[in-house]
Design a protein around this ligand. Structure first.
Ligand code: IPE
Ligand code: IPE
Ligand code: MG
Length: 263
């Protein structure tokens, strides 16, 4: 018993789960590319579907951990417009998991005060999926501790094309002139215009690319990569990402604060 207690106290001194949010710069909006489910399953000689299930379970953990740090918006990449090119059986598993997820975990999302929203080409999805989205959004509208945004059938390029189509229709109908189109007006025609741009985008699994995620919104996001596979991505990894983010100097094309002060 004693040995265990002392082991635990060594653990609690590590800068991990119990890092005080006050010691860190906390992003308003964190985005995560949930990648590596297939490799996680392969390492365990399990089917890819088991990896997707473990990945979906880990989203619950991410929400809890982000709640600990007081992050307001968390966007997760769950299914890309390119993921349709996977074998039909895998696509089917991912759709099934999606349908299951929000009913199964809603009480936990409710307990954490999490509002759920979706981003992506939702209108092109099968009706049962659209209904899940509607139910989850409607049922969680009043929650305000954190917003979980699930990117499903999402592609950054498709989002930009669809915004351009909406603007082209407005020009054609005479509602606006082409010269009225500014960056601000364009951004208002993206999927979730009221959500601030992501401050930090995290990708586990060792890949260092953004794979068509938040192409417009992520123009000035900080990027952080980890070799850990998504189902294993826990509090330690999130904390490491936040520690790295705290040290970043976000200049947005300008000068860092110290440089400005020297002038
Ligand atoms: C991410 O895991 C889940 C989706 C893309 C839907 P992957 O299925 O891409 O896992 P890896 O990259 O093959 O390990
Ligand atoms: C990105 O992962 C999409 C999601 C995690 C939903 P992919 O596994 O599809 O990306 P690539 O193919 O490695 O670029
Ligand atoms: Mg992958």
């Amino acid at each position: 018993m004693k040995a265990e207690e002392s082991k635990f106290s060594i653990f609690s001194k590590r800068k991990t789960a119990d890092t005080d949010p006050a010691e860190l710069k906390i992003p308003t909006h964190l985005a995560v590319i949930m990648d590596g489910n297939g490799r996680w399953a392969k390492k365990r000689m399990l089917p890819r579907s088991a990896g997707h299930r473990a990945g979906a379970d880990n989203l619950k953990t991410l929400c809890k951990n982000c709640g600990h740090y007081g992050i307001k918006y968390v966007t997760v990449y769950a299914f890309s417009t390119e993921n349709w090119s996977r074998p039909e059986s895998e696509v089917h598993t991912l759709m099934e998991l999606f349908v299951e997820y929000f009913d199964r975990y809603d009480p936990e999302l409710e307990a954490e005060g999490i509002r759920v929203r979706f981003t992506g080409d939702i209108a092109s999805l099968p009706q049962n999926i659209r209904e899940v989205c509607k139910r989850a959004e409607e049922g969680s509208k009043h929650r305000d501790r954190m917003t979980l945004i699930v990117a499903f059938n999402y592609g950054g390029r498709r989002e930009i094309v669809q915004a351009a189509q909406k603007l082209a229709e407005k020009v054609a109908s005479g509602e606006i002139r082409s010269e009225d189109i500014t960056e601000d007006l364009f951004a208002q025609h993206l999927y979730l215009p009221d959500v601030p741009d992501p401050d930090l985008i995290i990708r586990p699994s060792g890949e260092e690319r953004t794979s068509n995620f938040l192409v417009w919104e992520g123009a000035y996001s900080e990027l952080w990569f980890s070799d850990v596979l998504w189902p294993d991505f826990g509090m330690k990894e999130l904390t490491d990402a936040l520690i790295a983010y705290t040290k970043r100097d976000r200049r947005f094309g300008g000068l860092s604060k110290e440089k400005k002060d020297e002038e």
